[in-house]
Ligand binder design. Structure first.
Ligand SMILES: [Zn+2]
Length: 97
């Protein structure tokens, strides 16, 4: 993996851990069907993108831990595969990267 890809992977992990906390808190307090502004989990370092989906959608998108949710068109690591196009967000599999 090239150095810039390692940095990109780190960016994704930072967004992912922030989203995990959001999911944890919202999962305990939010009502079903409420849309949560999750962070875009793309490889861009300064990405301020938001994925507005429900806790359930976020959970389903991450049943595979190698899956990440991103704003459509945001930077991906070489080799990442698009596994779901939901219109206002995409799910990518970074396992192959
Ligand atoms: Zn992004």
């Amino acid at each position: 993996m090239a150095a810039h890809d390692a940095k990109r992977a780190e960016n994704q992990h930072i967004a992912r851990s922030a989203n995990r906390r959001l999911q944890d808190v919202a999962g305990r307090t939010a009502e079903d069907g409420i849309v949560i502004p999750f962070l875009c989990e793309c490889a861009g370092g300064a990405c301020m993108g938001r994925i507005e989906i429900t806790i359930d959608d976020y959970f389903v998108a991450h049943l595979d831990p190698d899956y990440y949710v991103i704003v459509p068109g945001h930077p991906r690591i070489d080799g990442e595969v698009l596994v779901g196009d939901h219109g206002h967000y995409e799910v990518v599999n970074k396992a192959a990267a």
